[in-house]
Design a protein around this ligand. Structure first.
Ligand SMILES: Cc1cc2nc3c(=O)[nH]c(=O)nc-3n(C[C@H](O)[C@H](O)[C@H](O)COP(=O)(O)OP(=O)(O)OC[C@H]3O[C@@H](n4cnc5c(N)ncnc54)[C@H](O)[C@@H]3O)c2cc1C
Length: 405
């Protein structure tokens, strides 16, 4: 049996950072990973570029049952500390639109390889392909190729999102065995489903719009960005952004819809005025051609079909018809009836109840010496680097808590 100061389960974003920080602090560390290589979500992140954090960090960007934990984390780990950790390893950064921070290489592979290089350099014992783990209080960790004893145990197994990249629920099970409550995970940062005909009819069409999420008819949040119509419903960055609120609402049995504003640079009054100014009864174009010059022609046709104006021409435009058209173009509603499964989710809502861990040290309140970091906890961030921030910051906090004891 080999003895360690700390054993970390899960060699993903948070597990690797915790291992490096502890080993740099002089601790003997082992890292146990289920897959043949850790960090697969890092590799797939940010379209292969790894959106590592965000220049603007606020508690509003996180969704947690334990806001005190978020506030403590933001206080102790401002962005400068995360940057300092990675700069010390040798990483450089570049920030792009919306304050999103990337490695200067714009390559997720460079981040993973850097972390792996440090893990090797620091002599951290790594065990890959471990699927038969049993953990007993003490802590005694047993699997086919090893029997380890650890003073501290860190659970960094991530969430069940994206199973194709290693997401699974074994971490929840380990936490349960230590007496922890797990809030049922739900997919988040995920496309939404709809049975609206327009989605199927125009599948593949991508538009730049402002989206409003309506829950039981009331606007909850709005986002500007890409909307992609698909066979199953809606996707695109703006949809992922509103998906956290949509999934929460749908899971609690509420009715959801999205209202799409195709002309968000003008308010309703200005838009109506603009439409009126474009009417030319002499020219008398078919409406589908006329609207098709300011909106994607395929969408223009669908909207005119809905208004039963498909065959009408400009001369048919009465003031109430124009008003109806303006209303629909600035608030086209699509009912949402669900969300795509975990396979399509970037993160999972839910996880280990963060109220059952000490908000300062991230140590379990149920089991001394047991720590949690990363997405295994019931906390997620918005799209834009907030989930990696949470993984890095919780890992550094766990390492500090252990180094301080
Ligand atoms: C496609 C995609 C793109 C993303 N892009 C971004 C982005 O650009 N920016 C951002 O901030 N976030 C992004 N995320 C989210 C981000 O990847 C996660 O929030 C982050 O990786 C969570 O870190 P973690 O350490 O908690 O878990 P993970 O990184 O998932 O690591 C957990 C590790 O534990 C291992 N494991 C699980 N169970 C066991 C077990 N029983 N025994 C041993 N090992 C186990 C897993 O195999 C995995 O290697 C993206 C996610 C996906 C799926």
């Amino acid at each position: 049996m080999s003895s360690y100061d700390a054993v970390i389960i899960g060699a993903g974003a948070s597990g690797m950072v915790a291992a490096i920080e502890l080993a740099r602090g002089g601790k003997k560390v082992a890292l146990i990973e289920r897959q043949n290589r850790g960090g697969k979500k890092i590799l797939a992140s940010g379209n292969g570029r790894c959106n590592i954090a965000n220049l603007s960090l606020s508690s509003k960007n996180f969704h947690s049952r334990n806001q005190r934990l978020i506030q403590e984390l933001l206080k102790n780990y401002p962005l400068a500390k995360i940057e300092e950790f990675f700069r010390n390893l040798g990483l450089e950064f570049i920030s792009v639109e919306d304050g999103r921070l990337f490695p200067k290489s714009l390559s997720a592979l460079s981040v993973l390889e850097l972390l792996e290089a440090w893990i090797a350099r620091l002599g951290i014992d790594c065990f890959y392909g471990v699927e038969d783990l049993t953990i007993k209080k003490g802590f005694y960790i047993t699997f086919a190729k090893g029997r380890l004893e650890a003073k501290k145990l860190i659970l960094a197994t991530g969430s069940s999102a994206a199973p194709q990249l290693g997401g699974n629920s074994s971490g929840y099970e380990i936490a349960r065995n230590f007496g922890h409550r797990v809030i049922d995970p739900l997919p988040a940062l995920v496309p939404l489903t709809s049975s609206a005909k327009v989605c199927r009819a125009l599948a593949g069409l991508k538009l730049s719009v402002t989206l409003r999420l309506l829950v039981d008819g009331v606007e909850i949040t709005s986002k500007r960005g890409d909307l992609l119509l698909t066979k199953y419903g809606v996707s695109g960055l703006a949809i992922l952004d509103i998906s956290i609120a949509a999934v929460q609402a749908l899971a609690s049995g509420k009715k959801c819809s999205i209202s799409i504003d195709y002309f968000d640079s003008m308010n309703q009054k200005e838009f109506l005025k603009y439409l009126k100014s474009r009417v030319d009864r002499e020219r008398n174009l078919p409406l589908r051609i006329w609207i098709g010059t300011i909106l994607h022609p395929k969408l223009a046709k669908e909207i005119l079909l809905e208004l039963e104006l498909f065959d009408a021409t400009e001369s048919a435009l009465k003031s109430n018809t124009l008003k109806n058209l303006a209303t629909l173009l600035k608030g086209y509603t699509i009912p949402i009836n669900g969300y795509r499964p975990m396979q399509y989710a970037e993160v999972a809502l839910g996880g280990v109840d963060s109220k059952e861990i000490d908000y300062k040290t991230l140590e379990s309140k149920k089991q001394k010496g047991l720590y949690f970091c990363g997405e295994l906890l019931d906390t997620i961030g918005d799209r834009g680097g907030y989930n990696f921030y949470f993984a890095w910051a919780t890992a550094l906090q766990v390492a500090k808590s252990i180094l301080d004891t």
